[in-house]
Design a binder for this molecule. Structure first.
Ligand code: ZN
Length: 137
């Protein structure tokens, strides 16, 4: 059976949440190197983190589900500035990113442009999605 690595993780919480959600949707998948990375996190950088693996036949379905989960997650976040939930994931515009773009052009998928969350309503930008706690602070 041919398998594909869908995503890699540094922590087992995120890895297991996604594995469980995919399995709940009927996609058979498993985690590889979970215990090695959890017991000794320093190995994570060496072996490439915890890998979410799926059989080739389920790859497309799994990728669509992951995209859907991420969209739902992004839509649920509330902007700490204007209190609207209008976040979208966009590529960061900075001189640093031109360098990244050049690297991407040279090395293809080995270099990935940095993405940030931006509020479409007020322009607020954040590297991570604001949590409910951030709103009340
Ligand atoms: Zn906003």
């Amino acid at each position: 059976m041919q398998t594909v690595v869908l995503k890699t993780f540094d922590d087992y919480f995120s890895a297991n949440i996604l594995r469980t959600r995919l399995q709940h949707e009927g996609v058979p998948c498993y985690l590889f190197d979970e215990h090695t990375v959890t017991v000794n996190p320093i190995f994570g950088a060496v072996i490439g983190g915890i890998k979410l693996v799926v059989s080739k036949g389920y790859e497309e379905t799994a990728r669509q589900l992951i995209e859907q989960f991420e969209e739902e997650y992004t839509r649920a976040a509330v902007c700490p500035k204007c209190f609207k939930n209008k976040f979208t994931l966009v590529a960061r515009q900075s001189p640093q990113n031109i360098f990244t773009a050049l690297l991407t052009w040279l090395f293809g998928n080995y270099a990935v442009a940095k993405k940030i969350y931006k509020c479409e309503n007020c322009g607020y930008e954040s590297e991570t999605l604001p949590t409910k706690e951030a709103v009340y602070n």
